[in-house]
Design a protein around this ligand. Structure first.
Ligand SMILES: [Zn+2]
Length: 217
């Protein structure tokens, strides 16, 4: 990939020269606050989800640190073209995430078409591809559509209730699925909740949640 060539392989935190597509040196990895969550047990993300929609299980890979390396990595993944950080996050997730009850369909939070075109990629796609392959869970990239460019823009025109109600729609109906919703940073859970309710319109579906980082604010 062009980006592999373009960016020097240096630790994003301390600038030490490192191997290609590693992004962080061995020493700096220890600064990342990985959660001790397990998928089927109670944890912070699951608690937050529970107050918004019926959720089976949830897992967050790390705690989002506003001044820390997790923010730096996330920023690079989302805004600096370093799509391959998705592979790294997946690798870290696979080392830590174990399913007793495995979901059967992965759906990622979609970007609006215009936004994805501008960015050139959806930052969740490589991550979800890896998770899908490793755990043998099918991943439907196109099933969920985002109807507004950004929530903030839409809010200027519509009331919040109307916006969140129509923010996402499914391109085809699904039934009898245990869906694993994937997002990058989990904050209030509002985005996840809106997607979940779209899927839960069919009462035979179940929802679990996987996020790269949980932001406690
Ligand atoms: Zn370093």
């Amino acid at each position: 990939m062009f980006t592999d060539f373009f960016f020097p392989d240096r630790c994003l935190n301390c600038n030490t020269i490192i191997a290609a597509n590693v992004f962080v040196c061995e020493i700096c990895i220890s600064q990342i606050k990985f959660t001790t969550d397990s998928f089927e047990s109670e944890n912070i993300v699951k608690e937050k989800c529970k107050s918004l929609f019926p959720v089976e299980n949830a897992f967050a890979l790390m705690e989002f640190q506003k001044e820390g390396l997790s923010r730096e990595l996330m920023h690079n993944l989302k805004y600096k073209g370093r799509e391959n950080i998705g592979n790294l996050f997946a690798e870290w997730t696979i080392e830590r995430l174990h399913f007793k009850e495995k979901p059967d369909l992965i759906i990622t939070v979609p970007l609006h078409k215009r936004k994805q075109k501008k960015r050139g990629y959806n930052q969740l796609q490589l991550y979800a591809d890896n998770i899908s392959k490793h755990y043998a869970i099918s991943y439907d990239k196109d099933i969920m559509r985002r109807n507004f460019h950004t929530k903030a823009q839409a809010l200027k025109v519509f009331s919040k209730r109307v916006v969140t109600k129509n923010l996402f729609s499914l391109n085809k109906s699904i039934s009898g699925k245990h869906v694993l919703l994937i997002d990058d940073v989990f904050t209030t859970g509002n985005t996840m909740s809106t997607m979940a309710w779209e899927i839960l319109k069919n009462k035979n579906n179940k929802i679990s949640v996987l996020v790269m980082a949980n932001d406690e604010g």
